[in-house]
Write a protein that binds this ligand. Structure first.
Ligand SMILES: [Cu+2]
Length: 160
């Protein structure tokens, strides 16, 4: 029993380390300094033809608010920032263009809340590969990160 628990802990530690070692190769020109993106992933739809959803955290280490006008996902026809709002029994989606990341704060895009709805998926987007996520700020600067493509998971809510 003791050995079993130890091996579980080792496995968990290894998983965390592997996560932290993700490095992005998606470099954008005119990169905005002080902006970092983490936990980016593109969740494929459970049903082919439905939209996919991209999630990430964006951290603004600068002294100024940073306004994201639009986002781009490589290999997709369109990517739109949305927020799912629960109104009693039903939920609706609100357009989230021109989202501001306050100075020295983070915004989290996660299942059930803010998300990027991704439509027009091409064959370039396959599970197990990486595509790219680019944030376009109102000053013309950008932030980019690799976007791993993952299958629809049981733990994920449907793409809003
Ligand atoms: Cu949506």
């Amino acid at each position: 029993m003791r050995a079993f628990r130890l091996s579980l802990m080792l496995a968990a530690t290894f998983a965390i380390t592997a996560c932290n070692q993700q490095t992005s190769t998606h470099k954008v020109s005119n990169a905005k300094s002080g902006i970092t993106i983490s936990d980016a992933r593109l969740v494929l739809p459970a049903v082919t033809g439905n939209p996919a959803a991209a999630y990430f955290s964006v951290n603004n280490e600068t002294d100024q608010p940073a306004k994201i006008l639009t986002v781009d996902v490589g290999g997709a026809g369109m990517a739109m920032m949305h927020e799912t709002l629960n109104m009693g029994a039903r939920s609706t989606m609100q357009d989230l263009s021109n989202t501001v990341v306050p100075a020295h704060q983070s915004l989290v895009f996660s299942p059930g809340g803010k998300h990027v709805m991704v439509t027009g998926l091409t064959d370039l987007i396959k599970k197990g590969t990486n595509t790219t996520l680019t944030l376009n700020f109102d000053d013309g600067q950008k932030a980019g990160v690799d976007l791993p493509v993952v299958p629809a998971g049981a733990a994920e809510k449907p793409a809003g």
